[in-house]
Design a protein around this ligand. Structure first.
Ligand code: PLP
Length: 453
């Protein structure tokens, strides 16, 4: 690899001169210089100086089968030799997206059987937004086009993704969102539950915010509700178990479609193939990406429920939407192999019955008691550590999340890659983590908390 001819300093200079990074303050980046990650194996990533880090984020919530899987490289290589690219437009198809769509229909909830491919979660959410509006237009109700989402949701960075999302900082820079999208409260009990309100009651109240938004607009104007089953980038906000079934009941009552964004939660993270199964809800659309290929190739899959699919085929008319790389044969070949590995190694079951419960217990027993920690929470291998100034009152530190950034930096120095978002430290490791890896991560996190105290 040619990068080995460059020193870290040289790479950092070239990076600063030519490379714009996502979600980055370039003034700060220029001052600090990037950490350059050069290789990875199993649960570990390594930087250009040979420093080893446990990857507590599976890249960006995606490398579920861990690093260095030669089978995935071989699947890509074989497919590239056979057919590197052909599209699925104009009544053509290639074998791997066909077989992948069949596989996804098998592991999705029973009434979800059709798949539209893209290259990223953002693209998939663009597709989902356009598809549900197209659906209502085909049903003769084009005015039923409003989408209800939630504050602090993350649905991607395209204009549609940002509009669907509820991130204030992103909206401020948008200069005009896609019209007819409204945002309601998020189901985050730790911050929003009323004194004396149980988690169960809070979940029902948060769901009723969806009903209020439907009633305010009029049900004949509302196309769908969209939500991440567990808010990821917004800080691993886990709703009470009462929330999703109530949201589903409300959506059905008012004939509003239910769209789940499973870009993070899909493909085993919660201990089921999809969080829809964890929370026992049946969506009309499911956006997935990331762990579909474990990040080895860019690929997204919008899974579409039978109700929408039936209207598309029965009413006909072109859905005027698609991407050059929809159903990319190489990405789909890698996804098929990735799902085969997840199944062969029983990773979903392992998260459900072993590592998921162990992870929750380790966070609770070893991390939650720390003076800087307000609460820990997790589902499967997706967890959060809430940083507070005062455990009893839940008072936060001043400085808009700076405290969590300090903990994160200590965590990295101590060999575990984590993310800080607001006052929340996030963990979303590869599903290959064992009890021993969890022990090691907790040890390093507690050391980081001690250093930050
Ligand atoms: N939806 C959710 C829930 C996400 O977490 C993300 C990315 O983190 C996206 C959508 C956007 O995916 P992408 O970055 O692949 O466009």
């Amino acid at each position: 690899m040619t990068y080995q001819n460059y020193s870290l300093k040289q790479l950092q200079q070239i990076d600063a001169a030519h490379h714009l990074h996502p979600f980055t303050d370039h003034k700060e980046l220029r001052a600090a210089g990037s950490r350059v990650i050069t290789h990875a194996r199993g649960p570990y990533i390594y930087d250009s100086e040979g420093f080893e880090l446990l990857d507590g984020m599976a890249g960006l919530w995606c490398v579920n089968v861990g690093y260095g899987r030669e089978e995935l490289a071989e699947a890509a290589y074989e497919q590239m030799k056979e057919l590197p690219y052909y599209n699925s437009f104009f009544k053509c198809s290639t074998p791997t997206p066909v077989l992948l769509a069949k596989k996804l229909a098998e592991i999705a909830p029973p009434s979800v059987n059709q798949v539209f491919f893209g290259s990223s979660g953002s693209e998939a959410n663009d597709t989902a937004l356009r598809l549900v509006r197209h659906y209502w237009a085909l049903e003769g109700k084009p005015e039923k086009n409003r989408i209800i989402s939630r504050r602090n949701a993350y649905h991607g960075s395209t204009v549609a993704g940002t509009s669907l999302g509820g991130m204030e900082a992103m909206h401020k820079q948008l200069g005009g969102a896609v019209p007819n999208i409204v945002h309601v409260m998020m189901p985050y009990a730790y911050e929003l539950a009323l004194p004396g309100e149980s988690d169960h009651e809070f979940g029902l109240r948060a769901a009723r915010a969806v009903e209020e938004a439907i009633l305010e607009a009029g049900a004949d104007k509302v196309a769908a509700f969209i939500g991440e089953p567990i808010m990821g980038a917004g800080g691993v906000k886990i709703p009470p178990m009462s929330y999703w079934p109530e949201v589903e009941r409300i959506c059905r009552k008012y004939d509003v479609l239910l769209m789940l964004d499973e870009v993070i939660t899909g493909y085993g993270r919660t201990g089921e193939w999809f969080a829809a199964q964890t929370f026992e809800v049946t969506p009309d659309t499911m956006t997935t990406a990331k762990a579909l290929t474990s990040g080895y190739q860019p690929l997204s899959a919008l899974l579409v429920g039978d109700r929408i699919a039936a209207t598309l085929t029965e009413k006909g008319g072109e859905f005027a939407h698609g991407y050059t790389y929809s159903g990319h044969p190489v990405a789909c070949a890698v996804a098929l192999k990735n799902l085969e590995i997840i199944e062969r190694e029983g990773l979903v079951e392992r998260v459900k019955t072993d590592t998921g419960p162990y992870f929750a217990q380790a966070l609770r027993e070893r991390v939650a008691g720390h003076g800087l920690v307000g609460e820990t929470r997790s589902v499967g291998l997706m967890g959060a550590i809430e940083i507070v100034k005062d455990k009893a009152t839940r008072e936060r530190f001043e400085g808009d999340g700076r405290a969590a950034v300090v903990v994160r930096d200590h965590a990295i120095e101590n060999g575990v890659m984590m993310r800080a978002t607001g006052d929340t430290m996030i963990l979303s490791p590869p599903l290959i983590w064992t009890r021993e890896t969890i022990d090691l991560a907790c040890e390093r996190i507690v050391r980081a908390l001690d250093l930050a105290e």
